[in-house]
Design a protein around this ligand. Structure first.
Ligand SMILES: Nc1ncnc2c1ncn2[C@H]1C[C@H](O)[C@@H](COP(=O)(O)OP(=O)(O)OP(=O)(O)O)O1
Length: 744
């Protein structure tokens, strides 16, 4: 026996060592990964080869340089080129393959419009959306540039005419737009292209939104894969690829798919200095969430142009109804609406007849309104690329504009059950979740590292909620290991009972709410607000301590939470989890999820202060306020007696609920405001607090407890009609308020 015991102790020790080593290695791996990204970016930006190449293509002494400048000014009325435009045009005019990554609105179109005018023959442009082509053709026709398009709904006469122009030396046609489907599915059209090529009239192939080729990208389109044969069929035709967003992984994939391994890659900076990035917490109550968006638009952007992006068509319909009811001129745009209605909304918005378009991502590519002052995300986007591209529709006129994302944990699962079948769907989604719950990193630096760029926080210029001096707040790194272990215990308990838990159910069990059999002995209800708990859960998810397990019903896909690959390390106590929290919570409205999830010295978690309106439903007979630390001390409780407790048991003041004070020496004397009578000794009073220093105070109550769950139990024992903490609070005879009180 002794031998076993010794060996067991030895094995446990070794396991502990191994765990610590694993943790160190994991941390080291994280650091190396980060450094690798930075070095790759630095390498790309500074390597002598790429610097030389940039210089080489920046020249103005090419045979076409003079004509290029003339046409730029005379046809497109543009005086100077933006960064990377000249390089790109010089490469493609040299008949070399090129890839340009430039942010939305950066001016990619000019990079093939202008070369098209300087080249003999026709530039073929593959573009994913008919609406996008229509917009471009309209703009080109205004500049008297001959452009056409072919798609599934083009009539026979037009097809015939265009196909004749493709192969006619005298035809004025300069740009021909087609959908990838047209290329992939029309053999006749491919035959015409062959002919055009043999006649030397196929001057260039432009592939817009080229990231659609790659399954690693955020908008994979299977028909884009077909473009892989173009280099083989037309080896002399230079390919120009354009996209606003592509990670290095996507770039490499695209090069492979299109057979252009040696193409030149130009990358304009992702940074849009005039865009202010912000994440705000979204209320769990639909009407409150709508009120907040309404107030935001009304107060900050009155009569200004903006877009509100929604997760689904139904959400877009609902938000449209809600905002219209509140008096904002909005139009709705999504794929289920008739084309005429979509076009009506788009045109009315362009003409400023309506200010806001509430839309799904269907309202996107090709939106070129210069004065969009705000883009609000009512729900989480599915990736950083999506967020960047969608919010990038703001501020094309280079004036300050706002990109505000409303975040709530429940939106993660709406998205995850849609994207989990995509190759990197969950990875991309968790990337944007990390962006949302980050407490202090510059938003731009998170975006930059996502796109593999080096970013110096100082360059943000206060243009994100974390760098804005007006929103200054300090953060503290706190240990949340115990919380994370408790979550895993809840999951283990459910597993033993053969139950599956969604995130909401996990939170419920963790907070000792919901079905009694799901609550776990030894797991104490955390004294923190729901937002903090959601944030910890989200962090566990993106770090791999928990993971999602998807199940199908005939109507939907449900995401359950189960222990993740790193769970073991945590439950064995071999890994510590720390998170950043704001050290003071002086923000209420508009705070980011991180901001409102401030945390005390563990294990206690602090929450944002509820507003007066949040407390209005509470009408207990007695309200005891911690005067020293509470922001509630100025609040009025019309139907309650208010006792101001200042941490000194012997000196308290009482008010009549309307703010008239009378100081009482020698302990609290509680009287009922309505009758003026002293509350009877042993009157029931439930006190919610974690403050241990009230433990031994005599409130004349026969129930005094310091934990909400114990209070609740006490209430249940006394047969109070309540099923939730909120109800018990409402029904309590007395509540204790300090800055940590929890109304979750
Ligand atoms: N050098 C320039 N100087 C002034 N304006 C320019 C210049 N180049 C382009 N523009 C204008 C034309 C458009 O109104 C606007 C956006 O250009 P555009 O080519 O549509 O952007 P883009 O194609 O990169 O955006 P998206 O990714 O949304 O398609 O900028």
């Amino acid at each position: 026996m002794d031998g076993y015991r010794k060996e067991l102790a030895k094995v446990k020790n070794e396991l502990k060592d191994v765990g610590e080593q694993i943790q160190q290695l994991l941390e080291h791996q994280d650091q190396l990964e980060r450094r690798k990204h930075e070095l790759e970016a630095l390498f790309r930006q500074n390597s002598s080869k790429s610097a030389q190449e940039d210089k080489q293509w920046d020249r103005s002494d090419f045979p076409w340089s003079k004509e290029l400048e003339d046409k730029m000014k005379s046809v497109f009325k543009i005086q100077t080129l933006r960064p990377m435009q000249l390089q790109t045009m010089n490469v493609t005019l040299s008949n070399k393959d090129c890839m340009l990554i430039m942010p939305t609105g950066g001016g990619k179109s000019l990079c093939f419009h202008l070369p098209a005018l300087l080249s003999k023959g026709v530039t073929l442009v593959v573009s994913p959306l008919v609406a996008l082509m229509e917009d471009q053709i309209m703009a080109l026709l205004k500049f008297n540039v001959a452009a056409e398009m072919l798609n599934a709904s083009t009539n026979k006469d037009t097809i015939k005419r265009v196909q004749e122009e493709m192969v006619s030396h005298n035809a004025p046609l300069k740009l021909l737009y087609v959908t990838p489907e047209k290329l992939a599915k029309s053999k006749r059209f491919m035959a015409k292209l062959e002919k055009m090529y043999q006649l030397g009239r196929f001057s260039r192939l432009v592939i817009d939104e080229v990231h659609c080729c790659s399954q690693w990208g955020h908008d994979f389109r299977p028909d884009y894969k077909f473009l892989g044969i173009m280099k083989r069929q037309f080896p002399q035709v230079p390919i120009l690829c354009l996209t606003a967003t592509a990670t290095s992984k996507v770039l490499e994939d695209v090069k492979k798919i299109l057979n252009i391994p040696n193409c030149y890659v130009f990358k304009a900076s992702f940074n849009r200095p005039n865009l202010y990035y912000e994440v705000r917490e979204k209320s769990g109550v639909q009407t409150e969430a709508m009120d907040e968006i309404y107030k935001l638009i009304q107060n900050q952007f009155p009569n200004q142009s903006g877009i509100v992006y929604c997760f689904s068509k139904k959400e877009a319909d609902d938000v449209t109804t809600e905002l219209t009811r509140r008096g904002i001129k909005v139009g709705c745009y999504h794929a289920d609406l008739m084309a005429v209605e979509r076009s009506r909304v788009h045109q009315a918005w362009l003409a400023d007849k309506i200010h806001v378009v509430v839309a799904t991502v269907a309202f996107g590519m090709g939106i070129d309104k210069p004065d969009v002052r705000f883009v609000i995300h009512n729900s989480l986007s599915k990736s950083m690329e999506n967020l960047y591209q969608e919010s990038g529709r703001a501020g094309r006129d280079d004036k300050k504009s706002h990109c505000i994302l409303f975040y709530r944990l429940q939106d993660v699962f709406k998205q995850s059950s849609m994207v989990f079948t995509e190759q990197t769907g969950l990875e991309n989604l968790y990337g944007i979740v990390a962006y949302c719950i980050d407490a202090n990193r510059c938003r731009r630096s998170v975006i930059a590292s996502h796109f593999g760029e080096v970013w110096d926080k100082a360059h943000c210029n206060g243009m994100c909620d974390h760098c804005d001096p007006a929103k200054q707040k300090s953060t503290q790194n706190k240990d949340v290991t115990k919380y994370c272990q408790d979550v895993l215990t809840v999951l283990d308990h459910a597993k033993r009972l053969d139950q599956r838990l969604t995130a909401i159910k996990v939170l419920e069990s963790w907070m000792q709410k919901g079905p009694v059999n799901m609550r776990v002995k030894g797991v104490e209800a955390p004294s923190s607000n729901i937002l903090t708990l959601e944030r910890i859960l989200a962090y566990m998810l993106i770090q791999g301590y928990i993971k999602e397990d998807f199940h199908f019903t005939p109507y939907s896909t449900i995401s359950y939470l189960v222990p993740g690959p790193k769970a073991k390390l945590l439950s064995m106590g071999l890994e510590n989890v720390t998170m950043d929290f704001f050290s003071c919570s002086n923000q209420t409205n508009g705070a980011s999820p991180a901001a409102s999830s401030s945390i005390h010295l563990e294990p206690k978690v602090k929450k944002s202060l509820p507003t007066t309106s949040a407390l209005n439903p509470l009408k207990p007979k007695l309200v005891i306020i911690n005067n020293e630390r509470s922001a509630f001390s100025d609040m009025k409780f019309a139907d309650s007696t208010v006792a101001n407790y200042n941490g000194n048991k012997d000196n308290h003041s009482l008010t009549n609920g309307e703010g008239d004070h009378s100081t009482q020496k020698g302990g609290i004397i509680i009287s009922d405001k309505r009758t003026g009578k002293k509350l009877k000794k042993r009157k029931q009073a439930i006190v919610y607090s974690d403050e241990s220093d009230i433990d031994d105070m005599d409130f004349g109550a026969n129930i005094l407890t310091t934990k909400p769950n114990r209070a609740k139990k006490a209430l249940q024992d006394k047969s109070y009609p309540s099923n939730s903490t909120q109800d018990t609070t409402t029904n309590a005879d007395a509540i204790f308020l300090d800055s940590d009180s929890d109304f979750g």
